[in-house]
Design a binder for this molecule. Structure first.
Ligand code: GDP
Length: 455
């Protein structure tokens, strides 16, 4: 670290879990409660993320969080829930999110995407807390709006508590089957060693203060060292999305996890082909007031320091890639920064073989996640690329020697109009979905069907 000022940045939080288990509701509840409980403007809406300051968390969490026990500034929640965005969002050498909430419907228990999310959390070594959601649907449960869960749990009838307990222990057992030692959060001493399970309800708000308290405690006790940044250092971030914006052309939605980004900075961004070198024309944040015409949706800011979400407007961003790194050049040689970006991209590159299927995905991270899933299912990959399905992909898939490999697996991509026509006239089968296990399942079923047809 240089002799610049250092500062503790906000930990970045992602929300994962199976579809319909309540990820979006939980995020909404946290944001909504922060607005109604805190001082006006106590949350800041960023591009792609919401910052909840420590004071607001302390307001929401009552006795569970005392401001004087913490020196981390709060929590930055990534607005798009789901492990798709989690695995897409990488930082140098790991996951972009420092910490995660795994949402599990307490009645529905573990489901395929819960397992997938756990796999990713384990692989990336991301500390997390389990939000055992929808506790309010336990028969006989008397909701205590927005309260910490422990007193309301203790105050329930024996029957209600027993029913909830059964479901909670099922979840704890499933975590243990997957190699995680877990317990009800009020029994956990070390949240890094033992996963805390917090019964909660995104609907009534019960237990939500407890989820926040566990996240803060976990960050403050075990992750403080990693939150130390050189505030004057050249900004580093990850592209969430490449978006055309009226008046700006292609822009980047970026989460900055280190240093500072300023207007006018020269940056290097990972591109579909080579790294892109450009200069920041404007840094944009959402306007604090809603109901704004399109052209006024953003306000310009001069600089942003980590951790923050921001939109970057700059020339030549059309070929920038979602999930790719963004680096400010500042006092360094631009070639060195280009090499850094290349090295980071190379880490994510997928190994391909001479025979196999074609994989297309919307971002680098999802491409990597797809490749991992296919490797586990022992499906060889001939070509793996970020981008929509193009005629060239159909030609490549058509060269596979084995009929079961004349397949394109698309993750969250579109089919270009030219490709549509070619696809119809070819032998190639396309599967396109935004759920990885679904794609793998569809593919396996397809192969099984072909084998049956041959017999
Ligand atoms: P996601 O797909 O994981 O983002 O799930 P959503 O947040 O969209 O929730 C799915 C459904 O479950 C919606 O109808 C929610 O209103 C409902 N839901 C979410 N959390 C709770 C909860 O704590 N209690 C109850 N009763 N319903 C919930």
């Amino acid at each position: 670290m240089s002799d610049h000022d250092t500062s503790l940045r906000t930990p970045i939080v992602a929300v994962l879990g199976h579809v319909d288990h309540g990820k979006t509701s939980l995020l909404d509840k946290i944001r909504g409660s922060a607005v109604s409980d805190g001082e006006a403007g106590a949350i800041t809406q960023h591009i792609g993320a919401t910052a909840v300051p420590l004071e607001t968390i302390a307001d929401m969490a009552g006795d569970l969080v005392e401001v004087e026990d913490f020196d981390l500034p709060g929590l930055l929640f990534i607005d798009t829930p789901g492990h798709h965005s989690f695995s897409t969002l990488r930082s140098r050498g790991g996951a972009l999110a420092d910490i995660a909430i795994l949402v599990v419907d307490v009645n529905d228990g573990f489901q395929p995407q819960t397992e997938e999310a756990l796999d990713i959390l384990q692989r990336t070594g991301t500390p997390f807390v389990v939000a055992a959601n929808k506790a309010d649907t336990t028969p006989g449960w008397n909701p205590v709006e927005n309260s910490p869960i422990k007193p309301s749990y203790d105050g329930q009838s024996d029957v209600a508590r027993q029913r909830l307990d059964e479901n909670l222990y099922e979840i704890i057992g499933q975590l243990s089957d997957d190699g995680f030692s877990a317990d009800l959060y009020w029994r956990v001493q070390n949240f890094q060693k033992n996963i805390g399970v917090v019964p909660c309800s995104a609907l009534t708000g019960e237990g939500v203060p407890d989820v926040l308290a566990v996240l803060m405690g976990l960050s403050q006790r075990f992750m403080k060292a990693e939150m130390e940044i050189d505030v004057e250092g050249p900004g580093e971030g990850t592209v969430l999305e490449v978006k055309d914006e009226q008046g700006f052309g292609a822009t980047l939605d970026v989460v900055v996890y280190d240093g500072t980004i300023k207007e006018g900075d020269q940056i290097v961004v990972g591109g579909v082909n080579d790294p892109i070198v450009t200069e920041i024309r404007a840094l944009l944040q959402p306007q604090p007031n809603a109901e704004i015409r399109v052209e006024n949706r953003f306000e310009r800011v001069e600089s942003v320091a980590a951790a923050a979400g921001v939109k970057i407007a700059a020339p030549d961003l059309d070929e920038a890639m979602a999930g790719a790194p963004v680096r400010v050049v500042r006092d360094r040689a631009v070639d060195d920064v280009i090499e850094e970006v290349k090295a980071e991209l190379a880490e994510i590159e997928v190994d391909t073989e001479e025979e196999g299927v074609v994989v297309k995905a919307d971002t680098l991270g999802s491409l990597e996640a797809m490749a991992n899933a296919l490797r586990e299912a022992e499906v060889p990959i001939l070509r793996a690329e970020v981008g929509d399905v193009a005629p060239r992909d159909i030609a490549v898939a058509g060269t596979a020697r084995e009929p079961e490999h004349t397949v394109i697996l698309g993750f969250n991509v579109d089919v270009l109009p030219d490709a549509e026509r070619e696809l119809e006239q070819s032998e190639v089968t396309l599967f396109n979905d935004d759920v990885i296990y679904q794609l793998v399942e569809d593919y396996e079923e397809h192969v099984a069907e072909m084998q049956r047809a041959q017999q």
